[in-house]
Design a binder for this molecule. Structure first.
Ligand code: ADP
Length: 161
């Protein structure tokens, strides 16, 4: 197993995402972090270009991680970037249910396998949506997002209030 695709919205990247990225980079030769972008349905708080730029800053120290944007079916993205499998993180039993369903469908429609990393106890409670809520009201983002991006994320979220 050489190259894996780690897809997500990363709106914005959190320390939970970074934990999965770092652990995947230690297990696989190459990790492609795929930022989902559906041009027909623009959504989210941070523009996709900004999410990608923030991810690139956060993974700067790794030489086996690249950040790409993708749209459409995940199985098509896996084949297009010649990845061997998908990586996802699991936090709760709710994650497990939907992730199992997606993993089985991706295997059925595209022959794509999914590897799961169990969320680390230090980050299991962290989600991008809670980060957005906390940041919007000026709450502390220490330990929730990569330190190098904390002020950028805090400022952008405060401006949206
Ligand atoms: P979120 O659910 O935070 O909005 P994404 O949609 O970008 O994040 O999720 C991308 C992947 O990262 C999913 O597999 C999700 O389960 C995983 N993930 C998100 N937050 C964490 C965390 N704190 N620990 C482990 N995995 C996580």
């Amino acid at each position: 197993m050489k190259t894996v695709l780690y897809p997500g919205s990363f709106d914005p990247v959190t320390v939970g995402h970074m934990d999965i990225i770092a652990r995947a980079a230690a297990q696989f030769e190459r990790v492609i972090v795929g930022v989902v972008h559906n041009p027909q349905k623009p959504s989210g708080v941070f523009p996709v270009a900004v999410r990608m730029e923030m991810l690139r800053t956060a993974v700067k120290a790794y030489d086996n991680i690249v950040v790409q944007e993708f749209s459409g079916l995940l199985v098509d993205a896996v084949h297009a970037c010649s990845a061997d499998a998908v990586v996802r993180g699991l936090r709760t039993s709710a994650d497990l249910e939907t992730e199992m369903q997606m993993a089985r469908l991706n295997r059925q429609i595209g022959g794509v396998e999914t590897f799961f990393f169990a969320a680390t106890p230090e980050a299991v409670h962290i989600s991008a949506s809670f980060v957005r809520d906390i940041g919007r009201y000026g709450g502390r983002l220490e330990g929730l997002v990569p330190e190098v991006l904390r002020s950028q994320i805090a400022e952008a979220l405060r401006e949206r209030q």
